[in-house]
Ligand binder design. Structure first.
Ligand code: BG6
Length: 489
């Protein structure tokens, strides 16, 4: 629209997330012609920096990754010219008022829409919201605020945060980001389920034996120990990223694709779940390990981690949904840092074929012969279904084969980064992939009791070597439900 402008202010512009994700995602959107015609980007942070310095900083992280079109360099220059910097304190009305003045100059009398991306630590979060909303919010267009986790540490602190936020913003102005919801294969989950006749009828306790949600990183918390030690893997990955995927996986069919309809179903399924219990959980922490002459550090070797910290860097848990569809089906989650591989997967293991004519051919290991649907969220995105197939030849020998949808082979276009989709949605006011406050409450209710218990009892994690497959306890936990963890990849 000719008469409208959009400004995007990245609060915490010199931070890691801004540099690694937010600016590159904005550039990718610009490159793809997805940003509105009149847009301006402002970096806001405490350090003193000129516009030119911001541009140099941003330019270092931009890549022409979408395709190697020749005009990429030109596009980058155009983009950088639309980026500006404003230095200010996060709790200063005056500094935000000065930003407002600059924004107005750029808006040049047009109706102004303003998006603030708060990429700052939780302790300064509310002050920044207060200042941004009272001194720099738009008078004649929309004002939206994207907030990043952590959204509190437990039910109480999260509720307090929500309450404070609501003093300054309406719920429809708050965009709580969970970047896993912006990942291509997570977005695709509903398409897979609801638009293919062959899956949805099988999507229940009747045919599904267990579901696994696996997150694994092959590096530790190096450099982020200070943040991480306050939260731990359960809050960092499980309570948000994995639980969000689980909710999308297990929810009932929404009335429509409308944001409220989808989020209503997610809340419903979360509220049908049993809070986690210590007895159905395993926690771990990585210890130092030497391999090939290289010594990898222990979690507690990080100078920013308090000595003797018991914070888990690994956790596995069995979760249950007490509704008619999922009664008794274990949903297993596993998340860990400093493991042997990087990846994120959903694995759906189906039940045995009743009265299977070919049982004899499988020997005693019937589990190995059940169908399994694997959704590889990352890296090297893929969806494949393990089926049993006759090995060609005169005899009758079966083996496991894959019906395989391998994204790199099927689609030539590169997959957008999660932040690109989410930023575009926020600019367009699409809330489907953002977390509503009641979803957040429901998610915390599931995890708060066990987190409290872990901390009160000072439960000692099971130590696992850096680069290993994690604590053996996770295998015993799965075995209690007759489950074997799928191997990533
Ligand atoms: C973040 C966590 O939310 O997600 C990090 O705080 C984690 O600890 C990251 O490394 C993983 O995201 P991705 O997109 O790299 O899998």
């Amino acid at each position: 629209n000719e008469n409208e402008s959009v400004s995007i202010t990245v609060v915490g512009a010199s931070g890691d997330l801004a540099k690694k994700k937010i600016f590159p995602a904005l550039f990718a959107l610009y490159y793809e012609d997805c940003l509105p015609k009149h847009f301006t980007i402002f970096g806001y942070a405490r350090s003193k920096m000129t516009d030119a310095e911001l541009r140099t900083m941003v330019s270092k992280t931009l890549t022409c990754r979408i395709d190697k079109r020749e005009n990429c360099g030109e596009k980058m220059d155009e983009f950088l010219k639309r980026c500006f910097y404003h230095s200010g304190q996060y709790d200063s009305q005056e500094n935000f008022a000065a930003l407002d003045k600059k924004l107005k100059e750029h808006e040049n009398g047009k109706a102004s829409n303003r998006l603030f991306y708060l990429s700052i630590p939780p302790n300064i979060f509310i002050d920044a919201v207060k200042c941004a909303s009272s001194s720099a919010s738009s008078g004649n267009g929309w004002t939206r605020v994207i907030v990043e986790k952590p959204f509190g540490r437990d039910s109480e602190s999260s509720a307090a945060l929500t309450k404070s936020l609501k003093q300054y913003l309406r719920e429809d102005q708050i965009f709580r980001i969970d970047h896993y919801l912006g990942k291509e294969l997570v977005e695709n989950l509903s398409v897979l389920r609801f638009s293919n006749l062959i899956f949805e009828p099988l999507w229940s306790r009747q045919y599904i034996r267990n579901v696994q949600f696996i997150f694994s990183e092959d590096f530790g918390t190096e450099g982020r120990g200070g943040y991480f030690d306050n939260y731990g893997i359960i809050r960092d990955i499980m309570q948000n990223h994995l639980l969000q995927i689980l909710a999308l996986f297990a929810m009932e069919t929404p009335v429509s694709l409308d944001a409220e309809d989808i989020r209503n179903e997610k809340v419903k399924v979360l509220r049908s779940m049993r809070p986690l219990e210590l007895g159905t959980m395993v926690i771990g922490q990585y210890k130092s390990h030497t391999k090939g002459g290289v010594t990898y550090p222990a979690y507690t070797d990080d100078k920013t981690v308090p000595k003797g910290s018991l914070t888990p860097t690994f956790a596995a848990a069995a979760l249950f949904i007490d509704n008619a569809r999922w009664d008794g089906v274990p949903f297993l989650m596993k998340a860990g840092k400093a493991l042997h591989k990087k990846g994120a997967e959903i694995r759906v293991q189906f039940r045995h074929v009743p009265g299977n004519l070919y049982n004899r051919t499988f020997g005693t290991d019937l589990d190995r012969a059940t169908n399994e649907l694997v959704i590889r969220v990352q890296p090297d995105e893929a969806i494949y279904l393990k089926i049993n197939n006759k090995v060609p030849g005169l005899g009758m020998k079966l083996d496991r084969s894959h019906l395989n949808l391998h994204y790199a082979a099927r689609y030539s276009k590169e997959i957008p980064d999660a932040y690109e989709r989410l930023l575009l949605d926020a600019i367009e006011g699409e809330r489907r992939l953002f977390i509503r406050s009641d979803e957040l409450d429901a998610a915390w209710s599931l995890f708060t009791p066990v987190l409290k218990e872990l901390e009160e009892k000072r439960v000692v994690p099971e130590y696992y070597p850096y680069g290993s497959r994690g604590p053996v306890g996770a295998h015993y936990l799965a075995a209690r439900y007759n489950v074997r963890w799928g191997d990533l990849g």
